[in-house]
Structures are given as C-alpha cells and as structure tokens.
Design a protein around this ligand. Structure first.
Ligand SMILES: NC(=O)c1ccc[n+]([C@@H]2O[C@H](COP(=O)([O-])OP(=O)(O)OC[C@H]3O[C@@H](n4cnc5c(N)ncnc54)[C@H](OP(=O)(O)O)[C@@H]3O)[C@@H](O)[C@H]2O)c1
Length: 241
C-alpha cells in the first residue's frame, strides 16, 4: 500500500493520535502545525515515510505551504484537518473570540479550500476534518467555538454538495467528537463523559476507511445530540450549561 495523507494539526491531541495510527498502517504522511518539535518526534518513528512542515493556518501563506507539502510528497489521497483552538469565554473577551474565528473559521476555510481545489484538479480525493458536537447548538460558555464548529460542518456539507454537482470524486468525512482529554480542554473544569484521544483516533480511522460522511464520537454523544436537537429554543436559551 502506498497511501498518502497530510494531517494539519498533528503536533498534539487527536491529530497526533490519528497520525500514529496511520503510520502504523503504513501510510506516508505529511505532518504540519505551528510547533516543529512534536512533529519531528513523529518523524523519528518512520523518517522515510514522514514529511514535516511548520504551517500556521491563520497566516495568508498557509495554503501555498500546503501545496508545497503536497508537491514534496508527490501527491496525496487524504487531507485531514485537525487544527483548532477552543476556549470557554463567559466574559466574551474580544481577543479570544477573534483568535478562535481566525483559526477555526478563516484558517479552516483557507486550508480546506486549498485541499478541495487540489483534489478537484486531480479528479478525486478525501477531505476529513474534526469539527465538534459543539457545532450542533449555540453554547453560551463558548460562543465563538460553537459558532465556528457549526460553520465548519455547514462548509463541509456545502462542499460535498458542490463536488457532487460538479461530478468530482471527492469524499468528505465530518468528525464530531464530544469531550476529549487533550490540551484543548485545559483548566480545572471537570468535563463529563471525557474520552481518551487514542480511542477517538481509532474511531476516526475506522470512519475514514468506511467513508462515513458524518461521524459523531461516541455513541453517548450520538444520543445526546439527538435529544438536544429536539429542545426548542425557548427552553434552550434558559438552560444552564
Ligand atoms: N478536545 C476536545 O474535547 C474536542 C472535542 C471536539 C472537537 N475537538 C476538535 O479537535 C481538533 C483537535 O483538537 P485537540 O482536542 O486534539 O486539541 P490540541 O491537542 O490542542 O490540538 C490542536 C492542534 O491544532 C493545532 N493548531 C492550533 N492552532 C493552529 C494554527 N494556527 N495553525 C496550525 N495548527 C494549529 C495545534 O498545533 P500547534 O499548536 O503546534 O500549532 C495542535 O496540533 C480541534 O479542531 C478541536 O476543536 C476537540
């Protein structure tokens, strides 16, 4: 097998665990994030099968850097977007909201768009991204986070329809985990139903192989999101979460 993928956001958390699993399956990987040190640690595991690159998705050159990495790998079949930031922001600090928008909305659009145009030209490919269950409702404690996650999910849905209309063979996988024990959930708040990134990554890789369009991880969150979708707005806006 000579499958090739790029993971942006591979330096920690879920992206890193997905990289480890794909490496174990024999994939060639291009790994990117802002921090080079953790990427080099991954490269050390299989130097001949791993390329690394510093990419900050909020910077205007990030799309060009992605194309350079794709070229260096002589093409890819899978683009996996794991980059993201998230904060609770109950006091609505402007800086937190805007940085979240920059990374999760603008940066996401930049990178997913670059991958989409690359696969469109090539005629086929697979785009996968970690959005979140946080995108399925507006969450008072994390407004920019939940809004950008909704945006990401809608964007993928729109691209999937557009690809279909254009007769492009591009597959999409929208991955929506519940709470995962990573650096993103830093702080002393105790999150319920916390999952381990290794288990989440196994579910993700399974979903990639089975070409799932949308994957909510895990079953408890599938139930939770099913029920909270049914909550009418007049109740939702009064709920303490
Ligand atoms: N943890 C959860 O409970 C949870 C739940 C649902 C969805 N998610 C989503 O899962 C994804 C991965 O998060 P995680 O939980 O694994 O957290 P994490 O360990 O903090 O990983 C975030 C990754 O994104 C990268 N990143 C952040 N800003 C970036 C930027 N400007 N440019 C390039 N890369 C950037 C980070 O690398 P550098 O810092 O090296 O750039 C890191 O590799 C995120 O999209 C998150 O929203 C997480």
């Amino acid at each position: 097998m000579n499958k090739k993928a790029i993971i942006v956001g591979a330096s920690s958390g879920i992206g890193r665990e997905v990289a480890l699993l794909l490496l174990a399956e024999g994939w060639h990987l291009g790994l990117a994030a802002r921090r080079m040190e953790p990427l080099l640690e991954l490269k050390a595991l299989a130097p001949e099968r791993v390329e690394v690159m510093t990419i900050d998705v909020t910077q205007p050159d990030a799309g060009d850097l992605l194309l350079t990495l794709i070229q260096r790998m002589d093409g890819i079949q899978l683009y996996f977007h794991a980059s993201g930031i998230g904060h609770q922001n109950r006091m609505l600090e402007a800086d937190i909201e805007l940085r979240t928008m920059d990374t999760n909305a603008v940066g996401f659009t930049r990178m997913i768009g670059t991958a989409y145009r690359y696969f469109a030209e090539r005629g086929e490919g697979h785009i996968a991204a970690i959005t979140s269950i946080a995108g399925t409702k507006g969450l008072g404690p994390a407004p920019a986070y939940s809004a950008t996650k909704a945006m990401q999910a809608t964007y993928l849905q729109a691209l999937e329809q557009q690809a279909h209309q254009r007769g492009l063979h591009i597959r999409f996988t929208d991955i929506r985990p519940g709470f995962v024990d990573t650096a993103l959930l830093r702080g002393d708040f105790r999150y319920p139903m916390l999952m381990q990134p290794q288990a989440v990554a196994r579910d993700i890789v399974h979903s990639l192989h089975h070409h799932h369009h949308i994957r909510i991880i895990d079953f408890r969150y599938r139930l939770l999101t099913f029920f909270w979708r049914l909550i009418p707005n007049w109740i939702w806006r009064r709920m303490k979460i």
